[in-house]
Design a protein around this ligand. Structure first.
Ligand code: 5GP
Length: 178
């Protein structure tokens, strides 16, 4: 096959086409435009992987909204504080707001859980979760993922913002290990 791509030591084959991505993104935007029309949501784009999905999604979002970019950092605190999660980059006061988390992929949901714990402490009105990809066989958390682009099996994918060892984020389509 000539459309394999090599990233470092591994080969990847086309998995989800640009057309499939565009359709999935449009469906999410349509649902958000309908359901959150009166909520003035703030989108929290979880970097790095979500940048491409967020750009496509937010071009299709037509309701009044704000957009902020965050990183989730997790480190071991003292024995009394346990694992500490910090949101880097969130400067807005989100008290009482409708927050839409924008994720590239939800796998086990551990990242999402950390994020949700922080947001709960900030007394937001409600949190919605939008993800380009979801691995339902791997996802073990109780949070509802409201807006899912495409469900995939437990395969390792790259492209459309997702990296393999820092590479491949710029690919337009989504690839899977060949
Ligand atoms: P979780 O905390 O839900 O297990 O994993 C979330 C993070 O793991 C994602 O934001 C992403 O960085 C990484 N991840 C999970 N599955 C994949 C995958 O198939 N490909 C890539 N490139 N990253 C993944």
């Amino acid at each position: 096959m000539n459309n394999l791509v090599t990233i470092k030591d591994k080969q990847f084959k086309p998995y989800i086409s640009q057309q499939q991505i565009t359709t999935a993104v449009k469906n999410i935007a349509d649902a958000i435009n309908t359901e959150l029309a009166n909520d003035f949501p703030i989108f929290l784009v979880v970097l790095n992987g979500s940048f491409m999905f967020a750009a496509d999604l937010l071009k299709e979002v037509t309701i009044p909204c704000e957009i902020s970019f965050i990183k989730v950092a997790s480190y071991h605190g003292t024995s009394s504080t346990g694992n500490v999660t910090e949101l880097i980059g969130l400067t807005e006061d989100i008290t009482g707001r409708t927050v839409v988390i924008v994720e590239d992929i939800v796998d086990t949901g551990i990242t999402l859980e950390r994020l949700m714990n922080v947001l709960t402490r900030k007394n937001v009105k409600q949190t919605k979760i939008a993800t380009a990809l979801l691995k339902p066989q791997s996802y073990k958390k109780q949070f509802k993922v409201h807006y899912v682009g495409i469900e995939i099996p437990n395969d390792f994918v790259v492209g459309y913002g997702l990296d393999y060892d820092g590479l491949g984020r710029n690919l337009k389509e989504i690839y899977v290990l060949a």
